[in-house]
Design a protein around this ligand. Structure first.
Ligand SMILES: Nc1nc2c(ncn2[C@@H]2O[C@H](COP(=O)(O)OP(=O)(O)OP(=O)(O)O)[C@@H](O)[C@H]2O)c(=O)[nH]1
Length: 350
């Protein structure tokens, strides 16, 4: 192993793209006034409680934030509803933009919002064809179940028509629609999907999670950025909202218990890179959380009869951890020009 590989794992600052630390990808939030942009940013990244957003004042200026103290590494830029993101000199920003979000208030008449959105997407596409376009059909907590899908359907078709008229149908291939609300986990789920598209190692992470699940009889597993509760990867089986919510709750419970009963003498939290927890559910399932690093945790759910061989899962977890470390180490080596040896061999699962 090279001396580079002998470094402490903490030295490997996991992130979206280490080579471009100075030029982190940008996630741009746009939408009409009062659509919910600031609330989304604050609830997801600043842990504001949804009820507190009721007192948020309208944003007057462009707000730029770096998402720190977590694994994910990007900037968010929010444009106030009254300002077009293309009025100012923003071409460079759009060149660095990884994802352009348009937030639509689904509780309001969205005709104007839909027109503005089609126009923004077309303009952004002229500057950077690699941008991922994300539509957040927001505040769906106030809508009956059937009208959520109708709204989604209608917006999709109107958007398609508008873009076809401009000869830009191909943009539709990169547009994703999400039904969101800050009052449940849907906003975290949607942001997880946005962030995953910015992570170049995603296919490898998915594959590693699949192998871990198969060899440990795990039903579903998520790789979480603990601070934001965004999952940066999951295995290839479909995500059920209820399972995702359970895993988020598991993180909250673990952090809270650590804070209440585990604070160290120096006042720092006991929740660290060695933390782990397990919770047995009435449904004969077990939730297991294992920290991989300061910021990343593997949270998985399995049937309790499959959790009898804990040693096997522990072994597979350690192999999985080594695999994750190698994925990011190799990426860092590639970016820094250091040659890397064959890293696909990460150990053998039992
Ligand atoms: N019901 C519901 N209300 C929400 C949701 N998200 C935001 N809101 C409310 O919508 C209002 C406007 O939210 P803001 O976050 O200030 O909207 P904004 O898009 O930043 O507005 P500007 O700064 O004027 O551009 C606030 O009263 C929020 O509490 C949601 O998911 N559901």
């Amino acid at each position: 192993m090279s001396s580079y590989g002998d470094d402490e794992i903490d030295d490997y600052a996991y992130g979206l793209d280490e080579a471009e630390r100075a030029a982190r990808p940008i996630v741009i939030l746009t939408g009409l006034k009062r659509s919910g942009k600031t609330s989304i940013r604050k609830v997801v990244f600043q842990k504001m409680s949804p009820n507190e957003t009721l007192f948020e004042e309208s944003t007057a200026r462009v707000t730029q934030d770096t998402v720190r103290s977590s694994f994910i590494n990007f900037e968010t830029v929010e444009f106030p509803g009254q300002l077009s993101p293309f009025d100012a000199n923003t071409e460079d920003m759009f060149r660095r933009c990884g994802a352009l979000l348009f937030i639509i208030d689904a509780q309001d008449d969205y005709t104007e919002a839909q027109k503005t959105m089609a126009q923004y997407f077309a303009q952004a596409y002229q500057i950077n064809q690699n941008i991922k376009f994300e539509v957040f059909i927001h505040k769906v907590d106030g809508l009956p179940e059937e009208s959520k899908l109708d709204t989604n359907f209608e917006l999709f078709h109107k958007m398609k028509e508008d873009l076809s008229e401009q000869g830009l149908d191909k943009i539709m291939n990169t547009v994703s629609f999400h039904l969101t609300s800050i009052y449940d986990h849907s906003i975290f789920e949607a942001f997880s999907k946005v962030v995953q598209k910015l992570i170049k190692q995603l296919p490898t992470l998915e594959r590693l999670l699949d192998i871990f699940n198969q060899s440990s009889n795990v039903e579903k597993s998520f790789l979480f950025d603990v601070v934001s509760k965004i999952y940066i990867a999951t295995d290839s089986s479909p995500v059920e909202m209820a399972t995702y919510e359970l895993c988020c709750d598991m993180i909250d419970v673990t952090i809270d218990i650590s804070a209440i009963y585990g604070s160290k003498n120096d006042g720092t939290s006991a929740f660290d890179e060695k933390s782990y927890a397990e919770i047995r559910l009435q449904t004969e399932q077990v939730l297991v959380l294992r920290q991989l690093s300061k910021h990343l945790a593997l949270v998985c759910i399995l049937r309790s009869e499959n959790y009898e061989k804990k040693g096997l899962i522990e072994h597979n977890f350690n192999i999985f951890k080594m695999g994750i470390e190698k994925v990011f180490r190799v990426r860092k080596q590639m970016n820094s020009g250091i040659p890397h040896s064959n890293s696909s061999q990460v150990g053998s699962y039992q």
